[in-house]
Design a protein around this ligand. Structure first.
Ligand SMILES: [Zn+2]
Length: 148
């Protein structure tokens, strides 16, 4: 329930809405039923409807926590770790939504995570790459490094 920021009333009517950021956010103009003031909300669309296909072929419901903990584990030396990891997961989620699919492979998700990490923290990127892709030797590592 979205409360009016002026009078805390629960009931309001949506006057106008549109998607932003490739559909990962919805902007809504609302009119309070009690005080008649208008206010704007931005609602994040969560990919909760998604299914993730694991390497084994098993299907699982999408879990933000899985992505979060994977990045968290690789982000050893960050300050304000929870906040930054959450922000990165937000970016990853909006990119997953941009795929426009109902099912995504875990490898697709880790590819997205790697692309985002490479642009934000190179050490964390390297650790995440090592955990997830387990490159055998320097050559394979270099190939993977260049891929993202
Ligand atoms: Zn109000």
């Amino acid at each position: 329930m979205i409360k009016c920021p002026y009078c805390r009333e629960d009931f309001n009517d949506v006057k106008n809405s549109r998607s932003t950021y490739n559909g990962s956010q919805v902007w809504r103009r609302r009119l309070c039923r009690k005080c008649g003031k208008t206010f704007t909300t931005y609602e994040k669309v969560r990919p909760d409807f998604l299914f993730v296909i694991k390497k084994s072929g098993r299907k699982e419901r999408y879990s933000r926590e899985n992505i979060y903990s994977g990045i968290y584990r690789a982000a050893l030396d960050w300050k304000d770790k929870e906040k930054i990891v959450n922000k990165i997961v937000d970016i990853v989620e909006s990119k997953i939504l941009d795929l426009g699919e109902k099912e995504v492979k875990t490898s697709e998700i880790s590819d997205i995570v790697l692309k985002v990490l490479k642009h934000s923290n190179i050490k964390t990127f390297v650790r995440f790459l090592t955990y997830n892709k387990q490159p055998q030797g320097e050559e394979e590592f270099t190939k993977l490094f260049r891929k993202y």
